[in-house]
Design a protein around this ligand. Sequence first.
Ligand code: ZN
Length: 239
Amino acid sequence: MIVLNYHELAEASPSNAWCLTHQAFEAHLELFEDKLIAPKTFLERCSDSDADDAVLLTFDDAFVSDYTRVYAHFMKTARIPSFISFVPVGLVGESGRLTWDMIEELDKAGASIGSHGLDHVDLTTCSDRELERELTRSKAILEDRLGRQVPLFAFPYGRFSRRVWEAALRAGYTHLFTIQLGGHRGFEPFLYSRLCVTNAMTEDYMRQHLVDPNSKRGLAWKASAKLGLYRSMMRARYR
Ligand SMILES: [Zn+2]
């Protein structure tokens, strides 16, 4: 399966590389709308291999466009909102971000809500105490609001290390989402790779990614995968 990571959607003039226009996002949807998979189905099948070409949508940073564009799109097409919204809990209610009412509505309607920490900090630079607070406090607040378990976590900036993932697992998260090329399965069974979509990625790039999510990987990956050394190489890198 293929997991895509989006951020803000805007009418025009994207403010940064991770912001897409509505038009660009809709063109992407046309490419893979019939392959979209609900988070629940993804979680049931995610321990399988990469063979399946289903697409899971994720949105980071709790931008209000998760509600006003993405959720609205699914409502318009009378479909269950099939995406995960990763929420940095400390940003909820700020200008341009989701409110708690919106988050609760998304959750009730069938979108999945995951944690993206509290204050959107690079967790690899946090002290042990701050790290634990980012992970456990954000989880507890979301669970209190939603009245259910929140097992999904996305690393802010895609930055992580072994210390960070061990703390996330200790905090009770079971599925940790990174920013890495390739199919959905990361180099550890609890890590899930996502393509971070930027507005420089053309429709051709996206089309290619859907056909072969490994096509943009470098020589090091190709060589180590061939020799069966990829996992140990990554474990050494993220020590
Ligand atoms: Zn983020």
